[in-house]
Design a protein around this ligand. Sequence first.
Ligand code: ZN
Length: 475
Amino acid sequence: MASKLEQTLPLKLLVDRKKSCVVMAEASKDFIETLFSFLTLPLGTIIRLLSKNKLNGHEEAKVGCINNLYNSVENATDEVFWNPICKQMLLRPRNPCRALCRKLKLNVDDNEPTRRFICSNYCKRSNSFLLSAFSGVTCIKCGNPMDKKPKIMVNDSSSEVTHRHEDGVFIKGEAMYLIFDNLKVLQSSPRIFVKELVQLGYKDFNNLTEIYQNVGLKEQALSSKTALSDVFFANGFSKGMSTYSPKIGQTINHGRSDYRNLKVTVSKSKKKILHAEAEEDFVDFLLSFLTAPLGSVLKVLDGNASLGCMDNLYNSVKELISSWFFTAKIFSLLNPHVAPQFGFKKWQPLQIREKSACEYKYDDISGVLIPQLLVDINTKFYEPRSPDGQKEVGFVRRPSVFVVWDDLRVIPMANASSISFMQKMNIPFDDLEEHVITIGNAEALNLLGASLTTNAALTEGLFYLLEMPNQDARA
Ligand SMILES: [Zn+2]
């Protein structure tokens, strides 16, 4: 991994010295593929990579207030979750395209390769070998560690194998690309180059200087010192983060199971939702924001939450897709789905689905796991999101109640002191009001959008419900 970390890619920057800004950059396919791969990163990974950047002495770029959600998981005790694996899943969510991303010349994701474990006693459950996608699991049958690492057969037809110099990871062939300040990406040609420069108000090369730079993994994605990352994170994510306009749409009604009630406490004078009292399904739904990849998040938000330049990057992929330069794999950038076993399936008003897991046949004579499609599967995955390792329930233990603050800090009710909590708010009691709001598809989208763009996710994303006639179900 160390050699990969030191790897750099060349980038040609066109700089306006007078305005001290980067006008555009020209880069090869390798660089663009890395840029596009940001869409495969789960939000939790983005937050983790950004906080790492802070440790390196740079200013922390924030993505709305979703970092508070991440920190709440970090600060929660293991007892909040079924097991320590659930907590780790949220703090280090898996990239749904990690097999592809590992082939990138420059991979910003530090996820581990796919590993599978079976019980050291080769335990079976209803004729299937127990298999775990996570390390550190105790066998639910015999209590021994599941630490046998079978070899996994590489299946050429599984489309994971590409010949990078012919095909690349997402892009075919060799071409140069132009990247603009707002992260719009276009295929480079003299015609497009001139057209875009004219549009930006330049008549010639006066005031423009060319700079060559080798951009490494750290500089490119995680440092705020270089131009592209400035665009990417500092400008892209933290600008204009104060307000959000909820999309007042009709919630698609698929029946009662699509809704959850949320008890909120409101300050009448400030027109703010101060906090909510939430049960485990709602909290698991919130936590599943962390495991959702950026590409899928941008897809469901459909431009309603302006995530700075990330929208432009997303739309560039969409527009470039018709070109024959792109492989089928580029489609996975527009909706990568949640990595298998990393979603919350019980209640998913956002409809961000899990990618289906690769199934295996275990050959106990050769000790090899063979990827299989539907037939001959003789393995069963251990399920961390459950009390018994079998059926998925959710990340947090049941039953439990949480306090969710306006800025998405989530604290188990058991640890929240009512006295210090009311003192801290310092709001006259007669200004407080309790309401029950109903969260369905439209409200869930607004909450997601607000958490990525503002510091008051509940108020900005949900307060409109209390202002709508007949929507106010007072507790
Ligand atoms: Zn066992």
